[in-house]
Write a protein that binds this ligand. Structure first.
Ligand SMILES: *Cc1c(COP(=O)(O)O)cnc(C)c1O
Length: 379
């Protein structure tokens, strides 16, 4: 079955649910045993819940993995996968990544002696040098947030595997509709389902998908032992969202690319960072590794702080807010909002300068969105 069909049907068989065409919300903490010593397929909702199972099966199939796991948030998914490692282990981490992931490594796992070694994964020589120190895993995010650099997932995976390191890839920005890291060689995919997978800005959630059964077993054990799973209501909402993922991603991509091309010609814009533009330094890699760029990208503005504040304050349709991937368009200032927890000197190294603006282009009418930016950029 192909992507759109899997997104709508995987994980649910109406005949197993009194004919219900939509997955019911199993709002129950516990399940009756069939008899003494005879549990049914589910016994307690931390260990497993039918609504969650439907979502987990669907996500596993969309990413091409053997098993999926749904979590309370994207950070819960990340924290759970990192608990596979032990004190003294190190993980090679792309030096440009989501601010919350950076904080998790630096403020939580570093204090437990699980250390991140930051490397520019676009540089194979530096990666090889880092791998020589025997890391347990390489953590990839592509495209990176907010500067939209790409990492060659296949090349990094091949090299990491030569040294026996796992590859974990955060696929939040593109979703499995535009990029399938497991097919490119990664071992585990992580998601904030809060973003495109749910797509309606009404849930926080996370997911992990593992390629092989051994890793799936470890993750399943940790999800149950740590209790980081998602609740059934949230799983229902994410399941509803994922059914339209293909349609939404196509439209996010179309709107965003059109706005990126329009911004490229705007005199107040000094750079547009979008992997679907021919001007992006890794445009060739984008064509090879992805089938689209999604709805989120960044640009740099001329005119200093005043110009930035003017734009942020004067948009009417673009809402000033963190997050991304919803049907509505959002605009934000990474240096003071999403990436405020990253120290300033690290921000600057990552390219998060004060003139950088990130937008999440939603599904509104394209001409309304352009008119909104045009009016807010004027004056
Ligand atoms: C939002 C986000 C996360 C964290 O997910 P939450 O659901 O907010 O916990 C992780 N990685 C990326 C790339 C994100 O955009």
């Amino acid at each position: 079955m192909n992507f759109k069909t899997v997104a709508i049907h995987a994980g649910h068989n109406p005949q197993e649910h009194l004919g219900a065409v939509m997955t019911p919300i199993y709002q129950t903490s516990t399940f009756a045993f069939r008899g003494v010593g005879q549990p049914g397929p589910f016994d307690y909702s931390r260990s497993g819940n039918p609504t969650r199972k439907a979502l987990e099966t669907c996500l596993a199939q969309l990413e091409g993995g053997t098993a999926g796991f749904a979590f309370a948030t994207g950070m819960a998914a990340e924290a759970t996968v990192l608990m596979m490692f032990s004190s003294g282990d190190n993980v090679v981490v792309h030096d440009d990544l989501y601010g919350g992931t950076y904080r998790l490594f630096e403020s939580v796992f570093a204090t437990k002696q699980i250390r991140a070694q930051y490397v520019d994964l676009r540089n194979a020589t530096k990666l090889r040098a880092a791998l020589a120190a025997g890391p347990k895993a390489v953590w990839v995010e592509s495209p990176t947030n907010p500067v939209m650099n790409l990492v060659d997932i296949r090349a990094v995976s091949d090299l990491a595997h030569e040294y026996g390191a796992l590859v974990i890839c955060d696929n939040t920005f593109l979703s499995p509709y535009f990029q399938r890291p497991l097919e490119l060689g990664a071992d585990i995919v992580t998601h904030s389902t809060t973003k495109y997978i749910n797509g309606h800005s009404d849930v926080v959630g996370g997911a992990l998908v593992a390629k092989d059964p051994g890793l799936a077993e470890k993750i399943g054990f940790l999800q149950n032992a740590m209790g980081t799973c998602a609740g059934p209501q949230d799983c229902f909402l994410v399941l509803r969202g994922v059914k339209t993922l293909a349609l939404r991603m196509e439209e996010h991509n179309r709107n965003a690319l059109a706005i990126a091309r329009w911004l490229e010609k705007h005199p107040q814009v000094s750079a547009v960072l979008h992997p679907g533009l021919e001007s992006h330094p890794q445009y060739e890699l984008a064509l090879r590794q992805t089938t689209g760029s999604g709805g989120t990208f960044s640009f740099r503005l001329r005119g200093g702080e005043a110009a930035v504040n003017h734009l942020l304050a004067n948009c009417r349709i673009f809402t000033l807010a963190e997050s991304l991937g919803g049907v509505e368009s959002l605009i934000e200032h990474p240096a003071t909002m999403t990436h405020a927890s990253v120290p300033r000197e690290v921000q600057l190294k990552m390219g998060i300068t004060p003139d950088l603006i990130r937008i999440s282009v939603g599904l509104e009418d394209l001409s309304d969105l352009i008119a909104d930016l045009d009016a807010a950029l004027a004056g």
